[in-house]
Design a protein around this ligand. Structure first.
Ligand SMILES: C[S@@+](CC[C@H](N)C(=O)[O-])C[C@H]1O[C@@H](n2cnc3c(N)ncnc32)[C@H](O)[C@@H]1O
Length: 234
């Protein structure tokens, strides 16, 4: 439980706390499962490194289609939208979320304030977007926030993805999402040459992804983690 410098909210399934990570950016902490949405060694730092640098920027697609597991605070989405604008790369971003956050929590997150005025405005647009349809957020970024459960959702409408951000809660907290069935389901919606990145470096995760057909790489991790994983669909 984080007491000092945290802000507690009462939500459907218990409590949720906003805490400040090492780079000054917020994350959310769920006391019930003792789990954070991002690394306590820097939420923005981790997201920028794992998903933008090792995923989005590494993907060769000119017009990438990104699929994210776990929309959460919208931080990965925000950083991708900013990068798509910066690199003038038209991007379609699909993100699935089982438990969308309440507005009272989103409003307190400091990502926009920390990054720039532009980021603040994009962050609001991202959260104001309707769910379950494609919405243009900026000139180079369209967003489809999908409310649903990865376990039973039909992913056929989201085929032909270039990049997957696999950002579920950790395998020991949420083993039902780190299974061969789920990885096969994800594998089917990726284009040949497309890739999956995740902060997890667990050997079991790497082996299961390899069994599904991914060519796996272990990469140096973000601050506080030795390694992360990237898989390419051959
Ligand atoms: C590690 S957090 C994601 C952080 C997020 N990518 C961000 O940038 O803030 C994991 C997210 O997965 C969501 N989630 C958990 N189980 C899910 C499921 N079965 N289907 C879809 N989303 C799920 C959680 O509600 C949570 O928002």
């Amino acid at each position: 439980m984080h007491g000092k410098n945290s802000l507690t909210f009462y939500v459907n399934k218990g409590t949720m706390q906003i805490i400040t990570t090492s780079d000054g950016s917020h994350t959310l902490y769920l006391p019930e499962i003792n789990e954070q949405y991002h690394s306590i060694n820097g939420a923005i730092t981790e997201s920028e490194y794992v998903y933008i640098n090792m995923g989005f920027n590494y993907s060769p697609g000119k017009n990438p289609r990104v699929f994210e597991v776990g929309f959460g605070t919208g931080l990965n989405c925000l950083l991708t939208a900013l990068q798509a604008e910066k690199s003038k790369r038209p991007t379609n971003y699909i993100s699935i979320e089982k438990n969308p956050l309440e507005k009272k929590i989103i409003e307190k997150l400091n990502y926009g304030n920390l990054i720039s005025l532009e980021a603040q405005s994009v962050f609001h647009k991202i959260h104001d977007c309707k769910w379950n349809e494609f919405v243009p957020v900026t000139e180079y970024f369209n967003l489809h926030k999908t409310e649903g459960d990865l376990i039973d959702i039909d992913l056929h409408p989201f085929e032909n993805c270039d990049v997957i951000y696999f950002d579920a809660f950790a395998p020991d907290k949420q083993p039902e999402l780190w299974t061969p069935d789920i990885f096969r389901k994800i594998y089917r919606i990726i284009l040949p040459g497309g890739l999956l990145v995740t902060y997890s470096a667990k050997g079991e995760v790497r082996r299961q992804l390899a069994t599904c057909g991914f060519e796996m790489e272990r990469l140096p991790g973000p601050p506080g983690k030795n390694e992360m994983l990237r898989g390419i669909k051959k």
